[in-house]
Structure formats: structure tokens, C-alpha cells
Design a protein around this ligand. Sequence first.
Ligand SMILES: NC(=O)c1ccc[n+]([C@@H]2O[C@H](COP(=O)([O-])OP(=O)(O)OC[C@H]3O[C@@H](n4cnc5c(N)ncnc54)[C@H](O)[C@@H]3O)[C@@H](O)[C@H]2O)c1
Length: 342
Amino acid sequence: MKKTILVTGGAGYIGSHTCKLLHEQDYTPVVLDNLVYGHESSVQWGELIKGDLNDPAVLDSLFRKFAPTAVIHFAAYAYVGESMTEPEKYYQNNVSGTLSLLAAMRRNNCKNIVFSSSCATYGLPVSLPIDELHPQDPVNPYGQSKLMVEKILADYDSAYGLKSVSLRYFNAAGADSGIMIGEDHNPETHLLPLTMYAALGLRENIRVFGTDYDTRDGSAVRDYIHVTDLAEAHILALQYLEDKNYLEDKNYLEERNSSQQINLGTGQGHSVLEIIRKVQQVSGREFPVILEERRQGDPPILVADARKAETVLGWKPTHSELGNIVRTAWQWHVKCHGSLKK
Ligand SMILES: NC(=O)c1ccc[n+]([C@@H]2O[C@H](COP(=O)([O-])OP(=O)(O)OC[C@H]3O[C@@H](n4cnc5c(N)ncnc54)[C@H](O)[C@@H]3O)[C@@H](O)[C@H]2O)c1
């Protein structure tokens, strides 16, 4: 029988790609999303329950109706800048919302959760590439909220046997190969879609913050991971949790707290200027590139050591070559925004 998986935030960017893969791999996704940022049109592979994490009645009726065997928890606010000016909003949604979800899981005897964490939990890197043992010292409330949930999950495993895998994503990018869904944040703050908007003539230019870093070309370097590779890691994390619970039920498991925190990145960095050049090459379009001063708090380089994901989950990114990321994202944006303005 197909297993049902509750996907919170499944109308969003990474959640909708994960629902597609769940469906292809014979799971039944059920989406809980309040559509504050998500899109109803992105929920194509399972039922949408329009509701909020902070609503226990919605959660209980959902658990009773669908009896999900596990939860993949994407729902959160994710605007770093906004989290600095409106921290309450972030702690309320990302931390309290998660506590409400975990309480509903406990009430309904659901014991497995995969959580969207972030490289923002590390703060400014003290060594590179960043592995999972790197100190976690977030520099904004968004990163703090993700770290708090990681800690809550560790305690819930020790106390209640609730198993979790926290996946610390680096920079999600790209779109599904069938170009049925893609990245559509509003407002948009990520480099790749903003550069696409410049290529499409939907914005005047693209601004590069910092050109004097100690990197290949002076601009900041980030680790871009294709959204389909991220989705695959979630399925592997589910399977990891299913196995652990099976072994624990059979008393084969010696260690009790087997929850995991795992980086998802490629281990390779691309600079801001390299991304812009690749977008110009793939789109065949030129647009003004404005060079600006560094922004405070932006680390020069953020690159993952992703070896643990391979060892523990058997995960290896296969879609994250930069050309593929930019090509799929470009095709999605052209489809989404119709005829080109230039
Ligand atoms: N995009 C990235 O590069 C990146 C990197 C690291 C971590 N993350 C994390 O991954 C997750 C998904 O990111 P995304 O880019 O797909 O974001 P997104 O905004 O596209 O998706 C989040 C979804 O959650 C929903 N949501 C928010 N609060 C809710 C609530 N209280 N109840 C119900 N639904 C709610 C939104 O409507 C939205 O559809 C987030 O938790 C984010 O912090 C993303």
C-alpha cells in the first residue's frame, strides 16, 4: 500500500518539487499550506489542505483523515533581511509553528519528520568547506529559528522517540526537468531568479554586492544545489527514518537517538559573476551588471562538505551541474513570464 506523507509548505518552491518526486516514487503526498507564499497551481501531485501550522484543529483532522506515516516540514518564512526587522514573525511561524506540528504528530502517533534546515545555522564560516561539525552560530533570527528547531528535534527524539533528519540546504536553484513547476518567490531575493528577471527585461539590471573578496574573481561564492537533487535527498531521508524505526521496533538498534543533521550541497562553489555570465550565455541576452560595495554580514564563501549525505543517505547530486541549473531555471522563467519583453 502507498504510504501517505504530510508535506507542510508543499505549495512552495522546494516542497512542490518534492511532492512531484514523492508521487513518482509511489508515495501519496498531502500538502498543508496556508498559501501565504505558496501557489495553489504548484500542488499537482496530491491533495491541498489550505491551513496553518498553528491551527491544531486543522492538523488533527488532517492526521485523522490521511494517517500520514511521516512529515516533510518545509513550511516557514525564509527572508533573512525581514527576520532582522521582524524577528517575532520568524520565531512565531518557524519555531511556534513547528512546536504546534510536533504536538499534533505526538497526539496522532506519527514518529518521523524530515526538516528543512539551512546553512544559515552556521553563521559566518570559520573553516571551509563547512561540515556538520562546524560551529553553529547564526547571524540572523531566520538562522536562529532553524537552529532552535534542530535542537527541539534532538530533544524530542531523546524524550519521545520522535525521529528526525534535519537537512541543511545550501542554495536551492533550478526547476523540474519537465518545466511544470519552478522557483516563484514573491518578493524574490535569490540571485539566480533575479538575474533571470534581468535577462527577461523584467528588471533594469542586476547588482553585484562585493567585487574585492578573496575569491577567483572577487565576487562572493555560494554552493548551488538543484531542487531535484534536494527533493531526492528528502525521499532518501524518509527511507532512512523508516529503516531506523523498523530496526528499533525489532530491538536491533543499539543507539536510541538516531536523528541526523545533514548538509545538502555539491561541495563546489560558483561566484556571483560566474552565475551572471552563465545566465547571459544560456539566455543569449545581455543586461547591465552594476558593481556595488560589499553588504554587511555576507560571507565571502559558503560551500558545503556534503560527504555525510552520501555516507548516511547514499545521496549524490546528479542534476546540479551549473549549466543544467541555469537551463532549467531559464526555461521555467520563459514559460512563466510568457513572451519576452526585450
Ligand atoms: N530556497 C532556499 O534556497 C532554501 C535554503 C535553505 C533552507 N530553505 C528552507 O526550505 C524551506 C522551503 O523553502 P522554499 O524556498 O521552498 O520556500 P517557499 O516560501 O517557496 O515555501 C514555503 C511554503 O510554506 C508555506 N507556509 C509558510 N508558513 C506556513 C504556515 N504557518 N502554515 C502553512 N504553510 C506555511 C508558504 O505559503 C510556502 O508555500 C523553508 O523552510 C526554507 O527556510 C530554503
